[in-house]
Design a protein around this ligand. Sequence first.
Ligand code: GDP
Length: 228
Amino acid sequence: MNGRELYTTAHVCPPQEPLPKPVSRFPHAEFLISAAAPAQFPADQGAEVAFVGRSNAGKSSAINAIAQRQGLARTSKTPGRTRLLNFFELGANRRIVDLPGYGYASAPEVERRTWTPMIEALKDRRSLRGLFVIVDARRGVTAGDEGLLDWSASDHRIHVLLSKADKLNRSESLEVLRTATRALAGRDATVQLFSAHSRTGVEEAQNVLAAWLESKPGAPSAPPGTEA
Ligand code: GDP
């Protein structure tokens, strides 16, 4: 063998193996319960963060991307569960609450009658650390969204994910971020660009969620740089 043979591709490169899966930030994420009434909520212990957004805003995709579990939030889409509050456990006494797609101001009266007490009961829980609001970045934060954000007005901070950011170019992204930041000014709110598809902002969202889930009730915990 001469020296050159030692360095053929076959010697230098080991056989291709699949890339290792990234270590999950929330390795024990799992579906907990669908609640049709406050009495079915899990015990009010530990910490939880609610996820809300209009239908089709990308909420399920965001939950799956953040929890790194494909199909986790599919439960919320199964017939019969779309109008329920779906709880997922990310760790011991650490939960996500997936609220049905909103726009419920125009929902039938009967739906609102079931809904309102559930939301009110959720707001009153000591565990609730805040609200992730998923807004399609192409739509931006609208008057309707701001109406919803009001439910968190007093005690509950909010974090807005401007979703599907992969659909925007850089200058459009910056513009939508600027506009949302203006719309949220004066609230206890943070905002970021997000894409489940390109994974833009997934780590940032995980950081906010993890910090909130580890925070004490009422404690501010916005990481620097995300203030609205
Ligand atoms: P939900 O109704 O708010 O739970 O929204 P889904 O997560 O089901 O997403 C609604 C639609 O938007 C689906 O067709 C998704 O494939 C699409 N979608 C979700 N996230 C993204 C994203 O990050 N980028 C793009 N381009 N499409 C997305």
